[in-house]
Design a protein around this ligand. Structure first.
Ligand code: NDP
Length: 448
């Protein structure tokens, strides 16, 4: 089996050698899915995984825009349309200077499995730009978003490809993108998700990824007869996912003691309560300031510059910032300090070596493609509401989100539980469960 996996990965590396993040994501899937393919005749010998690692289409385009000083700026835009076997392409847009084709291909590949796990009819895609929204005025953000959409609109549509937000793309950006799409197409359709409530959005969509990550962790804890009550929780990031992961954790009785951004983390051993979280939301979403400001208002807290929060003792860790933010040493520190559960809110935040440590220690570990699927699932619910021209209540959407997270958890158990030891390998479970649905659709549709 090892030779088959190596042969496959050598081929992927030969074709995509310079794309480190993409290869990392493919490796994780290949190691669990190839053995399953070999054991099942319907998938064996059909090059099905090889077809899945090749995007159906990947677009790059120039984005010219004018900054507040009147200077012309040039950025690069992308959309990776990875797989549409089970539905139109669906996945977020990321605006961050680190964005490359490798990052977007890894995210699009993960998205295919994640979207399949939600049980909703959505294929996988991802896009974005190397544009850095930090320090830009609202007008600059608007001009960039309009310029970006003036090319992207040709490639997307409510039955073709439905983008959403991701790092650097929140409600403000989705508004500007939607406005330009509507103008260019002269139609009001559900082409983007994460829209405002007065123009086609869904209740709970902003909260969904963070809430879902916590719902998933809660399901994992329940397998051990445990819960969030009284647990100390360390969270990284302070953006959309981190904020709502913190809100739901507090709601379920956990104590959140850290948040972070790319300049460092704050630790508040008294706990970040709802008032302090409201302060953080204003700080990050309205003032667009740095997390270090927290300690000016709450002086008992500490800011630790240029570090991640994994050195802080906790029961549960929720990485909610970015890829590869939790490495082998961080995993060692978490385990040494007694951490029993890691649920990924971000995409691929734990390195491969860190995941191996968690598996060896037999703690509860959920990969992002399972635990953060609540965001895209609720985007799927937004699409349904747009088609119905109807809005479900907050409680209805939250209930559906909980059900979806619970179903994903069940699917992970079905394919990931070791019958002898009882240990649930959520990575294996999520990869195989996500694969089966997409592979079956691809086989049914023939070689296209
Ligand atoms: P936001 O832009 O709202 O927040 C991102 C947070 O992560 C910020 O605190 C940011 O700090 C921090 N961050 C970003 N890049 C780095 C870096 N290189 N090093 C350290 N910190 C960093 O994004 P989201 O909360 O939406 O996304 C966070 C993660 O969740 C991403 O991995 C995303 O792909 C994933 N995700 C998001 C979904 C969604 O619905 N939004 C759905 C599923 C997954 P700073 O401000 O300093 O950059």
């Amino acid at each position: 089996m090892e030779e088959i996996i190596k042969g496959f990965l050598d081929l992927v590396k030969e074709r995509n050698g310079h794309e480190a993040e993409f290869i990392q994501a493919v490796e994780e899937v290949a190691e669990t899915v190839l053995p399953y393919i070999v054991q099942h005749d319907i998938y064996h010998g059909k090059n099905i995984l090889l077809r899945m690692v090749e995007p159906e289409r990947a677009i790059t385009f120039r984005v010219n825009w004018v900054d507040d000083k009147g200077e012309i700026q040039v950025n690069r835009g992308y959309r990776v349309q990875m797989n549409s076997a089970i539905g139109p392409y669906k996945g977020g847009l990321r605006f961050h200077p680190s964005v490359t084709m490798s990052i977007l291909k890894f995210l699009a590949f993960e998205q295919v499995f994640k979207n399949s796990l939600t049980t909703l009819p959505m294929g996988g895609g991802k896009g974005g730009s190397d544009f850095d929204p930090k320090g830009k005025s609202d007008n600059e953000i608007m001009r960039f978003c309009h310029a970006f959409m003036s090319e992207l609109f040709r490639h997307i549509g409510s039955n073709t490809d439905i983008p959403a937000g991701d790092i650097g793309v929140g409600g403000r950006e989705i508004g500007f993108l939607f406005g330009m799409y509507k103008k260019l197409r002269n139609e009001f359709t559900g082409v983007l998700t994460g829209k405002g409530m007065t123009w086609g959005g869904s209740l709970i969509r902003p909260e969904a990824t963070g809430y879902g990550t916590v719902y998933f962790a809660d399901k994992m804890l329940q397998t051990k007869g445990d819960s969030f009550k009284g647990k100390t929780v360390v969270i990284s990031g302070s953006g959309n996912v981190a904020q709502y992961a913190a809100e739901k954790t507090i709601h379920l009785g956990g104590k959140v003691i850290t948040l972070s951004d790319s300049s460092g983390y704050i630790v508040d051993h008294e706990g970040i309560d709802p008032d302090k979280l409201t302060f953080v939301m204003t700080l990050k979403n309205v003032k667009r300031a740095r997390i270090s400001e927290y300690v000016k208002t709450y002086p008992k807290a500490t800011f630790v510059a240029n570090k991640t929060p994994w050195e802080v003792k906790c029961d549960i860790a929720l990485p909610c910032a970015t890829q590869n933010e939790l490495n082998e040493n961080d995993a060692d520190m978490l385990l040494k300090n007694g951490c029993i559960c890691v649920s990924e809110g971000a995409n691929m935040p734990s390195t491969k070596a860190a995941i191996t440590k968690f598996h060896e220690a037999k703690i509860l570990f959920a990969p992002g493609k399972a635990s953060n699927a609540g965001g895209v699932a609720t985007s799927g619910l937004e699409m349904t509401q747009n088609s119905l021209r109807y809005n479900w209540s907050r409680a209805e959407v939250d209930e559906k989100l909980k059900d979806i997270m619970s179903n994903i958890h069940d699917a992970c158990i079905e394919y990931g539980k070791d019958e002898k030891t009882g240990y649930i390998d959520y990575v294996k479970g999520a990869n195989i469960a996500g694969f089966v649905k997409v592979a079956d659709a691809m086989l049914a549709q023939g070689v296209v």
